[in-house]
Design a protein around this ligand. Structure first.
Ligand SMILES: *Cc1c(COP(=O)(O)O)cnc(C)c1O
Length: 340
């Protein structure tokens, strides 16, 4: 079976760089949504715990429950089932409508829309949200926002920061007026964290950088992160192909000479996105994917029993015209994850 190897050494290397940038291990929440960007939710959660990270971010309650014992605080970004209370979980308030649906005594982080216009309440709705939640005995443990453009050289980053700075002041004065504890403030994803020279939020929510990538413009001074995940496939069968014979669906690859070809057990059914005749991908050892990617297999000019398909997804992301996030996140959860 195909497998995913997770490098503990590289993950710890990245977490060290991230924690130094943020100031300490307590100022980093690892983002583990969507099966830890395809790396394996439980595997990465266990490693992050071993490293000493205390906070995690997920998308759903189901994800949070799987890792509940491994963290002190888990922020759940977009769950509409508010029923299961846990002292570890912090539910995101994405809209004023939800104030009445969240059970009393839950912990809530209020998301503020500072310009992304996706989820979150508007800065001018803050007072209504804080009063509404407090009236229902819901504890506000955090106030946060998300950047729409921290990875490119634009002024959006500074514009959103200045809106969030005002939000912080408003929240602080409202909390003082109402004798509430001041909540945690957080605004940075990976790319935003590495744009700060003087990081001053309570913590950062770091996803892609943990896994070894940053999509920032190369004009920024980027840290030396290392990819955590490599994908490996096993040989199913080998045959000799004669000059002129074609391989796979659509007969899109025609052998220019007699050659040895093997199939390997990874395909788009495992989330290895389909490649066609216009996209040429070569493995780290120099083998070519011949013809189209099938659902359950690919063909390579190799007869090795095991082949590394990638150990750094950036080349594949470029060929697929996408971002590193999509290449790793699509890898199915049924591929075995092995920590090395
Ligand atoms: C996914 C996500 C992150 C992590 O972003 P990266 O670019 O992977 O670091 C942080 N915050 C929120 C709200 C997210 O949805």
């Amino acid at each position: 079976m195909a497998k995913i190897l997770l490098s503990k050494e590289n993950l710890f290397h990245n977490l060290n760089i991230i924690c130094n940038q943020a100031g300490s291990k307590d100022k980093v929440a690892v983002v583990l949504k969507d099966n830890a960007y395809g790396h394996g939710l439980l595997e990465i959660a266990q490693l992050a715990n071993e490293f000493g990270i205390k906070k995690a971010v997920v998308r759903t309650l189901d994800e949070a429950q799987i890792i509940e014992d491994l963290f002190d605080d888990i922020l759940i970004l977009s769950e509409k089932n508010f029923d299961t209370y846990s002292h570890t979980f912090h539910i995101t308030l994405n809209t004023l409508e939800d104030i009445d649906n969240i059970p009393s005594y839950c912990k809530v982080n209020i998301k503020i829309d500072t310009g992304m216009h996706r989820n979150g309440i508007l800065p001018e709705e803050l007072e209504e949200a804080i009063l509404g939640l407090t009236k229902r005995n819901i504890k506000i443990t955090g106030v946060f926002t998300h950047h729409r453009n921290a990875d490119t050289l634009s002024t959006d980053f500074f514009w959103q920061n200045s809106i969030f700075r005002d939000v912080k002041e408003d929240v602080k004065s409202l909390c003082e007026k109402l004798s509430l504890d001041i909540p945690s403030f957080h605004s940075c994803n990976s790319s935003a964290l590495f744009r700060h020279t003087n990081f001053s939020d309570n913590f950062a929510r770091v996803g892609i950088a943990c896994y070894g990538y940053l999509e920032n413009d190369s004009t920024f001074n980027l840290p030396n992160l290392k990819p955590v995940l490599s994908l490996w496939a096993n040989r199913i069968s080998t045959r000799m192909i004669k000059k002129g014979q074609c391989i796979g669906y659509g007969a899109t690859y025609q052998a220019k000479e007699d050659m040895t070809v093997s199939t390997y057990d990874i395909g788009y059914g495992n989330g290895f996105l389909r490649l066609n005749e216009n996209q040429k991908y070569i493995t780290p050892k120099g083998y070519k994917i011949l013809g189209r990617v099938s659902m359950d297999s690919i063909s390579l000019n190799s007869d090795d029993d095991q082949v590394c398909i990638f150990e750094d997804v950036r080349e594949l992301a470029k060929i697929q015209n996408t971002i590193s996030y999509e290449i790793t996140t699509t890898l199915s959860s049924n591929i075995k994850r092995i920590i090395k």
